[in-house]
Design a protein around this ligand. Sequence first.
Ligand SMILES: NC(=O)c1ccc[n+]([C@@H]2O[C@H](COP(=O)([O-])OP(=O)(O)OC[C@H]3O[C@@H](n4cnc5c(N)ncnc54)[C@H](O)[C@@H]3O)[C@@H](O)[C@H]2O)c1
Length: 354
Amino acid sequence: MKIQTTPEMPSQPRPIIIIGAGGIVNDAHLPAYAIAGFPVAGIYDIDPAKAQHTAERFGIPTVFKSITDLLPYLPGKALIDLAVPGSAIIEVLKQLPDGTAVLMQKPMGNNYEEAKAILDICREKKLTGAVNFQLRYAPFINAARHIIEQGGIGELIDIEVNVNVYMPWHLWKFLYGLPRVEILYHSIHYVDLVRSFFGNPGSVYARTVKHPAMDDLASVRTNIIMEYEGYRRAAIHTNHCHRFGLRNQQSYVWLEGTKGAIKITMGTLKDYPKGTPDAFEYISLEGDCAGQWQTLDIQGSWFPHAFIGSMAQLQRAAEGSITAPGNSVEDAIHTMACVEAAYRSSEKGGEKII
Ligand SMILES: NC(=O)c1ccc[n+]([C@@H]2O[C@H](COP(=O)([O-])OP(=O)(O)OC[C@H]3O[C@@H](n4cnc5c(N)ncnc54)[C@H](O)[C@@H]3O)[C@@H](O)[C@H]2O)c1
């Protein structure tokens, strides 16, 4: 079986203009675009020093002084990569000309209300809007999807994401004081990943709780069950408060089918931000290697390589190779709806015992 790990690419990538020169742009967006060969034409940040610093670091030719300065390049000529906090997305979208193609960072607003407002603006202004839910395009997920599409594990009936790590949340100062942290900023990737395989669930059960050692943050540990009909099961378990060394940290995606299974160890999240190697293991009950676990050596990881796939989708939609990005706002709104349902479920609590 031939296994593809790379995403579908645009034939003629357009120049990218970045708005927001923060951590994720420096750590993931720009390194990914350099690997992919996506041209970056300019950058803007409300903090000019950050824009200047990032431009120098990555050789970006133009630093814009305002959003107005970059408008002549839109729409049609360049794409916008918007990497500002969720609460600033709407004010920026309002300033973009109709028809602009824009990839915005997740989350799509702070809650479902804001997500709907973002969707409405995109519809009104006919923006080609996409959300940077990039885990679904990570090389190890591309590989898993390709195996599944070829029938390698039969019918996919079980998805489990299990993360038990120490997350240095203090790296993201903006999280302190927010009413929502873990699901909105982290498990949202897994909710989106499950949706990318199973589609929209009928309902969601969840419980998300705080941790005494991280009391100045909203909830940081979560269990989510996404409910599907028939044999399908999807569960997400995250604990970001494992302070007991690397030995028993774990971080994996388990995909089980009727004829086989795939286990993806996401090394990035262990010993964060240093990370550990990923691992990709799979087994089939049929074929030449029936009943034997095999490993696949995959080039690239979640950070930064998955960010190639989310931008490639926008590029391909902008050039007309596909009608809409797979990570379009029209799709992403359903991930936001699941997140909202998860918070509602957690507040409501479970079924009372008698
Ligand atoms: N895996 C992922 O997809 C991932 C990982 C980390 C962060 N993020 C998301 O990316 C976004 C940014 O995160 P970060 O870690 O880079 O934060 P950051 O605070 O390091 O950077 C945000 C930048 O946006 C700038 N900014 C704010 N408002 C602006 C505006 N109106 N116009 C122009 N620039 C503006 C700030 O000056 C800052 O430089 C957040 O929404 C976060 O959730 C996603």
